[in-house]
Write a protein that binds this ligand. Sequence first.
Ligand SMILES: Cc1cc2nc3c(=O)[nH]c(=O)nc-3n(C[C@H](O)[C@H](O)[C@H](O)COP(=O)(O)OP(=O)(O)OC[C@H]3O[C@@H](n4cnc5c(N)ncnc54)[C@H](O)[C@@H]3O)c2cc1C
Ligand code: FES
Ligand code: FES
Length: 484
Amino acid sequence: MPDAISFLLNGELRRIERPAPERTVLDHLRLVERRTGTKEGCAEGDCGACTVVLGERAGDMIRYRAVNSCILFTTELDGKLLLTVEGLQDADGGLHPAQRALVEHHGSQCGYCTPGFVMTLFALHHAPGMTDEDSIHQALSGNLCRCTGYRPILAAARSVAGVGDDRFARMARDLLGRLDGLRRGSGMASAIDGEYGRYDAPESLAALDRLLAAHPDAHLLAGGTDLGLLVTKQHRALGHVISLNRIPELRRIEAGGDALIVGAAANYTDILPHLEKDWPSFAALIRRLGSWQIRNLGTMGGNVANASPIGDSPPALLALGAEAIIRSAGGERVLPLDRFFLDYRRTALGAGEYLRALRIPRPATGDFFRTYKVSKRFEQDISAVCGAFFLRFDDAGRVALARIAYGGMAATPRRAAGAEAALAGRRFDAAAVDAAIAALADDFAPIDDFRASAHYRRLLAGNLLRRALLERTTPETLAGVLAL
Ligand SMILES: Cc1cc2nc3c(=O)[nH]c(=O)nc-3n(C[C@H](O)[C@H](O)[C@H](O)COP(=O)(O)OP(=O)(O)OC[C@H]3O[C@@H](n4cnc5c(N)ncnc54)[C@H](O)[C@@H]3O)c2cc1C
Ligand code: FES
Ligand code: FES
């Protein structure tokens, strides 16, 4: 069993013996490799200066994804291709199309953000179908520039999006062979007991069950977009990390049947096309979660297990009636999500238990669902309030089932029992919505903090429900609301 990880850095084989579980890729690049092209801006996944690209086999292709190296641990490079800005030029010094585009469109001034933009543009170059304006904006959502202005950078991005005809495309077969060789050759590390801590990467649920039973206090690692901040912002040593990223069942998304089953370690980028089909409003919300880089790593399982009161997916999941599939060495249990969040950052997961998947019921004909997030910035920002509204109607057009949930209104993401009761059995019209908004005052006692005042939060919670009404509305109810 190897006690080292192996990966390709810009095509060259690298091996790290006994890596510390919380050593970041950014630190490794700058401090060990002395590749200082990759910059540190914020060290918390916000600015994109540290963007690198990870390449992995996806069928008979390599899938390239932009990620934040400041919150990615080196252990997760095992068996992968890591590309940095130093590795893009041709052997004769010719610029990569992503670099050339930024030069030709005057997309750089001081240059600090530029390596990060180059790597995002590289990933966009290799992202099939991401050529429309919306996709291009989404791809750039995780890179900040303080001096150039975004117009020239956008022009550069438009010129390379989805083209994918560079030398990496031409040498894909060779790179795939070498990636496969990494796995076959020395094998990938499944357990490393090092000077600075322990790292496990089990490959099956049964192996994870055993590990967690023996080490209930170990940190589970999915995308690391929350866990990484414990290291970079709180300077915590994690001690023992168990990665969930090598277990195929945890990354699987099952779309057949009457529910979508999302493996707890499936990332947002992979989940999005499924949400798009059944709940476009949920997909639109997730496209605003973090940035492209964050969605490439972050998982819905991590968002739920992290149990932040302002996580974006819990309100929608609560309103859709999702269930948590919880597993341990003792077996599995299924818990409605509204019994999962117990208190501030406290969940119903017991010692040795983990989230295996989320089960999200599919919509029936006529179901209405909307979810909205209010934050100071459109992208790369945490919600002040997030609301989600699910309604099912009877044959007479009355509300047969209402599930309303909010984030940012209490210590946990929570349903609004009073507002739901106020809508039950009534037409979904302005009068019913007024009654529901009045009930919200008893449902929640939000707090003031730097994101929003309690007063603003209360106002938002009601207005988001009004917005749902407007979007559901017939001309008749619209007239009612406008008359208010
Ligand atoms: C720059 C930035 C922007 C962000 N923007 C948003 C945003 O807009 N909206 C939002 O909601 N969040 C946001 N986040 C937070 C974060 O990206 C999400 O919460 C994400 O979904 C976490 O998933 P992950 O896989 O990265 O979790 P990880 O960091 O891997 O894990 C999070 C926690 O859950 C535990 N855990 C993970 N998987 C499991 C499991 N299967 N069972 C039990 N425990 C588990 C881990 O041990 C850890 O405690 C942002 C983060 C950053 C850095
Ligand atoms: S340094 Fe800012 S996102 Fe990594
Ligand atoms: S060119 Fe200076 S920060 Fe972007």
